[in-house]
Design a binder for this molecule. Sequence first.
Ligand code: PLP
Length: 490
Amino acid sequence: MKTIFERGAAGRRAFVAPPTEVPETPLAELIPEAARRRTPPRLPQVSEPEIVRHYVNLSKRNFDLDSGFYPLGSCTMKHNPRLHERVAALPGNAKLHPLQEPEASQGALELMWNLGEALAEIAGLPHVSLQPSAGSHGELAGLLLTRAYHEERGERRPKVLTPDTAHGTNPATVTMAGYEVVKVGTSAEGGVDLDDLRAKADAEVACLMLTNPNTLGLFDPNIEEIAAIVHGAGATLYYDGANLNAVMGVTRPGDMGFDIVHFNLHKTFTQPHGGGGPGSGPIAVSERIRPYLMNPRIRRREDGTFDLDPEGYEKSIGRLRGYQGNYGTFVRAYAYICSLGGDGLAEASETAVLNANYLKARLAEVAGERLPAAYERICGHEFCLSGAPMKRALGIATLDLAKRLLDHGYHPPTVYFPLLVEEALLFEPTETETKETLDAFVAAIAAILAEAEEDPEIARTAPHTTPVRRLDEAGAARRPVIRQLLEEDQ
Ligand SMILES: *Cc1c(COP(=O)(O)O)cnc(C)c1O
């Protein structure tokens, strides 16, 4: 496919404005000679239909949630209601300037305040900052808050505990924040190994970062004991909220004993994500973490109006980003919460868990021998299977199955994560899929396994129908070509 620079012709334009009646200011008065470029920029010169077709065709070369089922474990690829897009596009939202005076942006401040209150209720923790731009950014905030908390007590605690099932961002954040990662093992039931935790939770530990349900989709029933061990050691307990879609309105991290929680608004609270739009990772914290929260704080004044309080939190760690956060995601998340209400959120989580358990049971029927569950338990909103028996019996690996699913029109589940399960496949169907979709997906997996009995080569060389075949993933990450150079530029 040609790049946009290789299309069009000199002088071709998409839109030409009528001549202006306003006298033009000479360029020399606007931009000093030294700052002016010598040669005009090489921009594409294309007609409007050429632009539209170019980008629409480009968009069709990737898989997206609007074209098919996307059970990518840990990512919560649920449908994004179009109502949210309408509300976010209202001029008062979409065209609001981030530097607008608080007096002229009362609606936006009120929306952010209300969203914070709703998130506090969902988390069971009273104080919220909307600043972080992603879950991983929320993790960084959480560890900076943890450090501020310990420093005030005159304590230096160099270590942070993460379970060996943790998402890669957890240990990465620990390292970025200047802490040392200490891994905690997983028990035979798929939860935190309590003996290992007791052995490692000492006066050197600043925090335990935990996902519950964890990345195997399993709720840890020992969570209160875990909280007691961690708090007994004087450390904080951090909740990676990426799996909140399993428990909204059913249980709350604050009630489980967590001190700090991040929300992935782009996962649980429906935003286009995965290359589709900006993320957002607000955090909620307990009373003891409150004094260190990020400034400025959104404040409701006595008379019911709102402003930004630059010195809201006495011992603040400061600012973590410009302005207030990704406002468009706040509008969508707030629209989602308001349109479902508390009971609706709980129903969304219950349906997500039901769909995951249904899909798990159906896959056990048709593929139980080849793709057994990593842990035989009722799961949360996602579940993990192992492709190791399939690989031994049929000679096709988890990666081959994933690639062959693309030919059937499905996005594959997450593969090779969590790391402790051999040939792992992590499925997260979400609540927005119908029974028919789940059944058709099960039939596709059964068909791929049956086909591999006859001829494993088809899966090994899949995908066969996509615009590109197997990519060099390591090469794409290490030597990305993000801009095609024009010949003259080389
Ligand atoms: C997605 C995810 C994260 C990171 O969140 P981002 O918003 O992508 O930064 C952290 N932990 C888990 C378990 C996740 O699934």
